[in-house]
Design a binder for this molecule. Structure first.
Ligand code: UT7
Length: 332
């Protein structure tokens, strides 16, 4: 059985915010942000919402796949910044795009979300429950950020990316002899480190609570701890995923990694002893969009013709939870 991504799509808010724009809000500079993160600018939502961005990305992915919304059987939206706690964003997307036959639900694994959604969809399709799935990473993190906190507000951007995954009973073999589809999956979580990257929704509040605590509604992060975690855990889980599939880094054409910090990406490449030119980057233009980073980058590469049929890709992400994961797949 072949499972492949037949369409990708993305959507970014119109407003571009440069490092110099942020330097007018907090004590920072273009130099500091570029040197420490690799980010030059990001898109910030002024009208769009998590569901409107997700719906646009899904429409683009379906158009590329040559499918109608009525064909969709499963929608999984990975997000940690939905506009509603209920209904879930995936149901909003289902309604927006008219995917009446689909079952839809959200998944929150923060920046690892798209990868977790892809793997979840893969498992459902593999189990024979559905023949296809729309998987989406969509975030409007700008509303969860304290725009007076320079350690956080320079890092994030808003956006959405989607992929349409389909199955076929016939194995598809590429010209280079590789079989299209997912070759291995690794996912992991370490809840003991949850508070290194967190954002509280609301505290206990009912007539029986003695004292209702005031909640800080913004993202809090111990940047250095997350940095250490990422530079250790991402190469480790990629190595495990490669080992499971029986390959080495030389067998990989592209490493599509979560776009949080250029220094993390460079460190991962170094630890894996892989050629840095195999690690495409767009964080300079869009910043860290959490669950949306991998699918937006995937869509850009796909539309630019930088991914060819038969290419072997590693997708890998990490984020709040703390969570991490990697997948090895052959593009069809
Ligand atoms: O999607 C997953 C989410 N998160 C991540 O992947 C984040 C991982 N961590 C990182 O990317 C980095 O830790 C950061 C980019 C967040 C920070 O870089 P750093 O090299 O770890 O800087 P730092 O926190 O050690 O701060 C160094 C200095 C401090 O000043 P002092 O104490 O040395 O005087 C900070 O106060 O830089 C200061 N600083 C800033 N200066 C100018 C912190 N933020 C800024 C800023 N502009 N925006």
């Amino acid at each position: 059985m072949t499972i492949k991504i037949t369409g990708t799509g993305s959507a970014l808010p119109e407003k571009t915010v440069t490092n110099s724009d942020i330097a007018k809000l907090v004590d920072t500079s273009d130099d500091w942000i570029r040197e420490r993160t690799g980010i030059s600018e990001r898109r910030i939502a002024t009208n769009d919402t998590v569901s409107s961005l997700a719906s646009k990305a899904c429409t683009n992915a379906l158009e590329m796949a040559g499918r109608n919304a009525e064909d969709v059987e499963l929608i999984i939206v990975a997000t940690c910044s939905p506009e509603f706690l209920l209904p879930c964003c995936a149901c909003q997307v289902q309604s927006d795009i008219g995917a009446h036959k689909a079952v839809a639900f959200d998944l929150n694994a923060a920046c690892s979300g798209f990868l977790f959604a892809l793997n979840t969809a893969y498992a459902y399709v593999q189990a024979g429950l559905y023949k296809n799935a729309l998987i989406v990473g969509s975030e409007v993190l700008s509303k969860l950020i304290d725009w007076t906190d320079r350690s956080i507000c320079v890092l994030f951007g808003d956006g959405a990316g989607a992929a349409f995954v389909e199955t076929s009973d016939i194995d598809e073999i590429c010209e280079n002899g590789r079989k299209v589809g997912v070759e291995s999956i690794v996912m992991g979580s370490d809840g003991t480190k949850g508070m290194t990257l967190s954002c509280m929704e609301r505290g206990l509040a009912n007539p029986y609570v003695e004292k209702i605590e005031k909640v800080n509604p913004y993202v809090h992060m111990d940047g250095q701890e997350v940095y250490k975690f990422a530079t250790r855990q991402v190469p480790a889980c990629i190595s495990t995923a490669l080992e499971k599939a029986g390959f080495t880094t030389d067998d990989i054409d592209l490493f599509v990694l979560h776009q949080a910090n250029i220094r993390i990406i460079e460190s991962v490449a170094k630890r894996l002893k892989a050629d840095i030119s195999k690690f495409p980057v767009n964080l300079n233009r869009v910043g860290n969009m959490s669950s949306a980073t991998i699918p937006v980058l995937l869509d850009e590469l796909n539309r630019d013709g930088k991914i060819k049929k038969g290419d072997r890709l590693v997708l890998s992400g990490f984020g709040a939870g703390l969570t991490y994961g990697a997948s090895v797949l052959v593009w069809g």
